[in-house]
Design a protein around this ligand. Structure first.
Ligand code: PLP
Length: 374
């Protein structure tokens, strides 16, 4: 009552961590409604090949499980018992190794928060997925990009040279986004031999095979991240998990938000795993479509595509401007990914959907190719 209100603080941002005030926002893909509204066309007309999403949608059983679930008034299980058991069955690695999260993005965040003290080093093998850099910055880590070779293979010698006693994490996506190449076993073994935690992000592994998840129990510095966003069509529900040494999983289970996996996500994950055969038949269709898309892209005179083990294809733009082509495709209702990042400004990434999406992309590319001055 007698206490005077605190003096005006002025600009509240002077209380914010100065490094965060300087931080650039993550550049996400635009919502489909926004894309459609910008073009003045209905949502169904948009061909969305910019987010590596699964255009077949979720498993019917996952949709039914969410619709039929009656426990929405009750909090989820903070120990994720059912989900971790189901994931143990799917991965073949015991549940004590597994932590589920709101997308694998949350696992990236939890790992950084568990392992990084301010100034600790994170090695990122660029060009790659943007979340590793983003999360390192949010957690006050020292971001250390190490360039991949011109063919996007990792450069084990350069990585070894960058590792020091403050290095806490090495992130490596396999298949890599946006290049689509897998990490060869020899390279992984060289990284593991450095003795630093190595995070192998297998977001696209269902499209390639060759998971290293079975190696986790034999290594105390291997962490594998997986997601339902791509193969199972649940990107919007945020369903991911990490497979790691049990002692590290225990730490993540302690520091995670207790209810990080909501009950709808949990129900959808369980139902998707129960319907994995159907989902994998769609994955097979996407793989076949990827190869058909690659064959068609070979006939586009201004593009050269990279081989891909994922559900997207990265192309060099060999004549014309990549961003202008992106814009030309966008005007025709086809959305693809352009990255304003070193090493990628002459490239475009096309997600693989159904055959009709490939056909729409190729038709739009053909039109754009005939525009003056691309
Ligand atoms: C899409 C993607 C993910 C998926 O993240 P979620 O948070 O699970 O949706 C993770 N890693 C990479 C490399 C990706 O491209």
């Amino acid at each position: 009552m007698t206490q005077s209100p605190r003096a005006s603080t002025g600009d509240v941002t002077r209380f914010v961590r100065p490094d965060l005030l300087r931080m650039a926002a993550y550049e996400p893909v635009m919502p489909i409604e926004t894309l459609a509204a910008g073009l003045g066309v209905p949502v169904e007309r948009v061909v969305k090949l910019d987010g590596n999403e699964n255009l077949y949608g979720p498993a019917p059983g996952a949709l039914a499980a969410i619709a039929g679930y009656t426990g929405y008034n009750i909090y989820p299980d903070p120990d994720q018992r059912q989900v971790r058991e189901a994931l143990a069955d799917y991965t073949g690695v015991p549940a004590e190794h597994i932590v589920a999260g709101a997308g694998s993005d949350e696992l990236i965040d939890l790992l950084a928060r568990a392992l990084l003290s301010p100034g600790d080093r994170v090695i990122d093998l660029v060009p790659t997925f943007g979340m590793y850099a983003f999360t390192t910055a949010v957690c006050g880590g020292q971001y250390t990009p190490v360039c991949r070779r011109p063919d996007f293979a990792v450069d084990a010698a350069a990585i070894a040279a960058a590792v020091d006693e403050r290095t806490k994490l090495i992130f490596v996506a396999s298949p890599n986004n946006p290049s689509g190449n897998l990490l060869p076993a020899e390279d992984l073994n060289q990284l593991l031999a450095l003795g630093v935690p190595v995070v192998v992000d297998e977001a696209y592994i269902e499209f390639s095979g060759g998971s290293v998840v079975s190696m986790v129990p034999a290594h105390d510095n291997l962490i594998v991240l997986r997601t339902f966003s791509k193969w199972a069509g649940l990107a919007g529900l945020r369903c991911g998990y990490g497979v790691m040494p049990p002692r590290l999983a225990e730490v993540l289970m302690v520091i995670k938000p207790p209810y990080n996996v909501n009950v709808a996500a949990e129900a959808a994950m369980l139902a998707s795993l129960a319907e994995r055969e159907l989902l994998m038949s769609r994955v097979d269709a996407i793989i076949a479509e990827r190869e058909r898309m690659a064959a068609l892209l070979a006939n586009v005179p201004f593009l050269r595509s990279w081989p891909s083990s994922a559900n997207f294809i990265l192309c060099d733009v060999t004549a014309g401007d990549a961003k202008a082509i992106r814009d030309g495709l966008r005007r025709r209702g086809v959305f693809v990914r352009y990255f304003d990042k070193d090493g990628l400004r002459d490239k475009l990434r096309f997600s693989v959907g159904k055959p009709e999406h490939t056909d729409a992309l190729l038709a739009a590319l053909n039109e754009v190719g005939h525009e003056p001055r691309i």
